[in-house]
Design a protein around this ligand. Structure first.
Ligand code: NAD
Length: 356
């Protein structure tokens, strides 16, 4: 059922040399796609994921199953547990001896971080510290981790570049990601750990997170259910298709830098109004909108300046927003079919589109 191909757009040239990569959060949306790509090109992957219930755990189980069905056990090793767990993580580094770490595990979501900041401090800050500490001790050659466009927060400009001073995170989630970047600098400074932070701009695509707007809008509009539109529809975000993100992450894994922070985005924005229009076009249904005021913690305009990633990683986003929405809608219908139209009517616990 997960037959929609996105990999044909991944740009990374065939690499030479064997890698064993520890992918944290490998059962999640982005981590599972990165793991799938690394396996497809011949790397071995070790996954650690705590399988938390931030969204439906069966989605994460399915993501892992896809990998396990496609690759033999010795190429994809799966550990379930918390990245903060000292005993477990030491065991993993000791037995697996990964030379590359791709750290995608985190508590994601801006609005839930305002409700419960402590789990964000735990997973994101303590977790990243644990991993960098072990990476330094076990001689990891490149440590790549997920940061977020949300670190730009209250920034006055609308076209975000890495050189900008970023000291206005407007949610605990954003602050936790900024803290990871600061700790990354520290580990680079103290131990010469090669570390690269990637500030993702709203990622979407097949297997996308059900708490985020692209999935929610496709899902709700397909089923003829109401969507919540925050603000007048003029707010605009930089949405990045998953294969572009995978491409950027793998480029960063293949090109160690002593310490770098890169934006990974599409490089232009789409207004909420146009976004909803495209979902209508590719689902063939009209949206029923409920218009609500802007939410605290939300950033109305985000747009990535990707020139640094282009220069130093050779990154270039390939998938237009319309193409990406079309592929995501195709995937959605291949997985959920039409049966969902009737069967899920009773679910009303709608969470607002997330903005990380
Ligand atoms: P996701 O929630 O699908 O994946 C994260 C995974 O990490 C989950 O499977 C979760 O179970 C796991 N995890 C969380 N805390 C853990 C812990 N303490 N120990 C072990 N595993 C743990 O989210 P995603 O969208 O795939 O995001 C991946 C990374 O990218 C995250 O760091 C996120 O903050 C970042 N990011 C995502 C977006 C986006 O638009 N999706 C944007 C910016 C940044």
């Amino acid at each position: 059922s997960h037959s929609v191909s996105w990999m044909d757009t991944v740009l990374v040239e065939p690499h030479t040399g064997y890698k064993k990569v520890l992918v944290t959060g490998g059962a999640g949306f982005i981590g599972s796609h990165v793991a799938e790509y690394l396996l497809s090109r011949g790397d071995d992957v070790v996954i650690i994921d705590e399988m938390n219930d931030y969204y439906d755990v069966s989605i994460k189980e399915t993501n892992l199953k896809l990998l396990q069905e496609a690759y033999p056990e010795e190429r994809v090793k799966i550990y379930k547990g918390d990245i903060c767990d000292s005993v477990l993580m030491t065991h993993i580094f000791e037995t697996e001896q990964p030379k590359w770490v791709c750290h995608m595990a985190a508590r994601a979501g801006v609005r839930p971080s305002i409700q419960d900041p402590y789990i964000y401090i735990h997973s994101n800050i303590e977790g990243t510290t644990r991993l960098m500490e072990l990476s330094h001790k076990y001689g990891v050659e490149n440590f790549v981790f997920a940061s977020s466009s949300s670190v730009y927060g209250g920034s006055k400009s609308t076209y975000f570049s890495e050189e900008e001073a970023v000291d206005h995170p407007v949610s605990p989630y954003a602050a936790s990601k900024k803290a990871c970047e600061l700790l990354a600098y520290t580990y680079h400074h103290l131990y010469q750990l090669n570390v690269t932070g990637l500030r993702f701009f709203t990622v979407y695509g097949p297997r996308g997170r059900p708490d985020m707007a692209p999935f929610k809008f496709i899902d709700r509009i397909s089923r003829g259910e109401e969507i919540q539109q925050f603000g007048d529809g003029k707010s605009s975000r930089d949405y990045t298709y998953i294969s572009d993100i995978v491409d950027g992450v793998v480029r960063a894994i293949d090109r160690p830098y002593p310490y770098q922070i890169f934006n990974l985005g599409k490089g232009d924005g789409t207004s909420l109004k146009d976004f909803i229009g495209l979902v209508e076009k590719h689902t063939g249904k009209k949206a029923i909108k409920k218009i609500l005021p802007d939410q605290p913690g939300d950033v109305p305009y985000t747009c990535a300046d990707v020139s640094k990633a282009e220069r130093l990683l050779g990154y270039r986003s390939k998938v237009s927003f319309e193409e990406g929405i079309c592929r995501t809608a195709l995937w959605y219908h291949s997985v959920h079919g039409q049966s969902v139209v009737e069967s899920k009517k009773e679910e009303t616990d709608y969470v607002a589109p997330s903005t990380n």
